[in-house]
Design a protein around this ligand. Structure first.
Ligand code: ADP
Ligand code: MG
Length: 230
């Protein structure tokens, strides 16, 4: 805590145990406008960490906390690191994404939405996929808008990193479809229908900014989820 504040930092104890320290961000006026109120985001994250743990859902958890900081146990590498790791075989990578999809489905069952489950906000310790980064956590209606938005977000970040390879995303979607509340897949399709103009806009912009992986991922995401049967 005495060192200069960094929003998120890894802390290693002398005995080798690893934690992550997350603190309230101090933002200048302009960044604050772009990123929103850091204190509110921090409060949402703390609430999310507690709510998921209380519901028995896989989350990093709280080892200790103070007024403007939380300390979480290390939950393992995030999904993009798992995919990049040559020391893990394909079966394990698929298991990690299945676990992520199942975890999201269970979270939705519990009447919550993660808020922004990017693939880099899910950790895999070799056995469990756990959520981190709950700054946009909220209570949400089952099979409603915010839960559908979670799925779109997850798919969008997967297609941004792996536009040519849908294997891992498919594993997650398959597990999600059987774990999520009834009507969830239909809700995702409905949201994707509303987002159709966003797809057109992204396609137009992608022509101007052809190097943007995010923009190209929008079309892939909407097409994949529009065709989702479940
Ligand atoms: N409990 C944790 N276990 C493992 N890695 C973590 C944990 N908390 C944070 N990290 C790492 O720190 C990064 C940033 O933390 P995150 O909560 O996602 O903040 P940000 O809002 O900056 O994305 C994550 O992408 C992950 O690599
Ligand atoms: Mg993050």
């Amino acid at each position: 805590m005495a060192e200069p504040p960094r929003r998120v930092r890894r802390v290693e104890l002398p005995d080798g145990r690893q934690f992550w320290l997350k603190r309230v961000e101090r933002l200048s006026g302009r960044l604050r406008l772009q990123k929103g109120d850091p204190a509110r985001a921090f409060a949402a994250e703390r609430e999310g960490l507690r709510a998921l743990a209380a519901a028995g859902l896989p989350v990093a958890g709280l080892a200790a906390e103070g007024p403007d900081w939380v300390l979480m146990p290390d939950a393992g590498p995030v999904l993009p690191e798992v995919v990049r790791d040559p020391g893990r075989d394909e079966a394990e990578k698929l298991r990690a994404f299945e676990a992520a999809g199942r975890a999201l489905g269970r979270l939705h069952w519990a009447g919550m939405a993660h808020g922004r489950p990017a693939v880099r906000d899910v950790c895999w310790d070799g056995r469990e996929a756990r959520f981190i980064d709950l700054e946009r956590f909220r209570r949400a209606k089952r099979a409603g808008f915010w839960q559908a938005a979670d799925v779109v977000m997850f798919a969008q970040t997967a297609f941004t990193l792996w536009p040519e390879d849908g294997r891992w995303l498919e594993a997650a979607l398959g597990a999600y479809a059987v774990s999520a509340p009834e009507g969830s897949v239909a809700a995702v399709r409905r949201l994707v229908g509303w987002l159709r103009p966003v797809g057109w806009l992204a396609a137009g912009l992608a022509r101007l900014k052809s190097e943007s992986r995010e923009l190209r991922a929008v079309g892939l995401t909407l097409a994949r989820l529009r065709a989702w049967e479940g």
